[in-house]
Design a protein. Sequence first.
Lengths: 252, 252, 252
Amino acid sequence: MDVFELADLAQDLLRRIEDRAVRVHCLTNSVAQPITANALLAIGAVPSLTADAEELSEFVDSADALLVNLGTPTQERRAAWVAAAVQASGSGKPWVLDPVMVDRAAGRLDAAQALLTFRPDAIRCNAGEAARLSLDGFTGILARTGAEDRISQNANSASLSAGHPYLAKVTAAGCALSAILAAFLAVGRDDPFAATVAGLASFGAAGAMAGKRAEGPGSFAVALLDSLSTLDAAAIRETVTAFTDDRKETAQ
Amino acid sequence: MDVFELADLAQDLLRRIEDRAVRVHCLTNSVAQPITANALLAIGAVPSLTADAEELSEFVDSADALLVNLGTPTQERRAAWVAAAVQASGSGKPWVLDPVMVDRAAGRLDAAQALLTFRPDAIRCNAGEAARLSLDGFTGILARTGAEDRISQNANSASLSAGHPYLAKVTAAGCALSAILAAFLAVGRDDPFAATVAGLASFGAAGAMAGKRAEGPGSFAVALLDSLSTLDAAAIRETVTAFTDDRKETAQ
Amino acid sequence: MDVFELADLAQDLLRRIEDRAVRVHCLTNSVAQPITANALLAIGAVPSLTADAEELSEFVDSADALLVNLGTPTQERRAAWVAAAVQASGSGKPWVLDPVMVDRAAGRLDAAQALLTFRPDAIRCNAGEAARLSLDGFTGILARTGAEDRISQNANSASLSAGHPYLAKVTAAGCALSAILAAFLAVGRDDPFAATVAGLASFGAAGAMAGKRAEGPGSFAVALLDSLSTLDAAAIRETVTAFTDDRKETAQ
């Protein structure tokens, strides 16, 4: 895949997300909820956010993908992570794990490791968080994001440069990206690795576009949502500054 | 009431909200809290948001109106919905029910039906949610919002077109509207039906104004708050594109 | 200290916050979380927000300062306030108390009084909240903010005018300011009183700068974050319209 094919794939998947009004159920931390829901709406997806034991199963069941983000846990949310991951895994629904700040608390790291049992389709995190995870036997996609995004799965890898430094100055921008990857996985079942790269390229392109309009991190966050709603192949092609696809094998 | 009278009424009620610094206690979902509080502040109202059993009664008691929104429930919030609704109903304080996503979970629908026992002054929801509610015996106001807003109460009905498609791309915009309706009901006790229509017209006008400035859903949400803070009769008159008032009876 | 020295001090402390990537653990209410985290990120600090009993101690331990804000309490958050305050106080880590709306609920006032036992380095609140607190024996800094900010500690006092009226129209702007003061205290250990005044001046300057760009409270909140990220001594000097430093004694 070259950057032209990547941009075309991203545009195609974005259209499918919007056409199907893909539902993403997000178990996510309290600070991330508004930007996560707004980022999903901006690309045409439909967010839901409940962690309530009485209704969680119904929401996961009627969703197309699941996000489990470990920030600001509560007793209720801890139970919901496991229940939803079991349900998604058991029904073949794609789900993304975002192991927020597992490098700051031992219990979070334990929770993340336990959730790997339920085989997330992808993990999205930063390099510091990834370094703490024991990924022996993990066969899903690992997306480590930062100035350069690095995507790997078994013998395959890819890297991508897009985005803008302000992404690190907007709270929960990475959490929102994880939710967007869940939407891409919902419509990219035939090649999840490529769908993940396309999701990262789309978000990075929106970040780059927002960076051109922003006067600081506040206006950047606003422009990021605007840009997510107008993404197309041309915009993605122009803003992805480096892309390597080192896959040894491709999806069947 | 024609659109000129509606716009004048809306402006009058907005002035009363600001002059009295109307307090609206909002039991609302976690993702809706920032936009709801900011929308209330923009029109001169004062939000409070606690669901804590130890202090809920004091906050409801010192509020002028109550919102009960069923999103992202917790054990604590479920108990608070009932306690606050009982208190508001018993003391004649206006309250608004927002039955978010009752079409996605059976337990939410049950909770909404149970809350109807405590006679909300108004229900604000979308058409899909309204279709699931059993409203036999409900004598309050039903405001179904969307591209066209439809307001009904007993034999009376009205409809209204204002707003902007981006309202559906901003998370919890409808939830914020429900809180604004609670503020309008607090100052429009002599004719709650008209106050509800005026609240919808005001929010729709702000949406239409925001749509002119917006470059996407992010800048739209920002402009919506700006517009809510500068609403007047002229702006409302100009942006309400259709209005019918089919009331068989008017308030005494 | 005159306004030139104040502005230079503020710039110096802002640089230290950014250079050290000061970590502020925020136990804060649900509506305040996004703006609080974004305000800290804008000045180069690093927020964390968990109130979870299993991991709270680790987060406080690895933080440079603590905020305890009493809004939207839950059972879990009440326990976290005390545990974190005890931990911060015991380890000499600076912490700020924000007694939100203690004038609306007796239990909150009790909670605030109980937390004074653990000697917050500073209290940030509005005049109505301050009036309800019994501060006999409190030797920390009291920062009452509003159109004029008044800072006092024992026989020392100072006052400051900066900011913009829209700060009262943005939900949780004061809560975000309290978190920023915690960051300033983390890098201003040699003179906490001066660091508090510098934090207030910085936030007020950002508010004044934002007010020049804003078309309403929505765009003001966005511009506030932008302005926080570009503050320097010149901007602070130009926007602080009045400053008196009536200290009888200065830090040793």
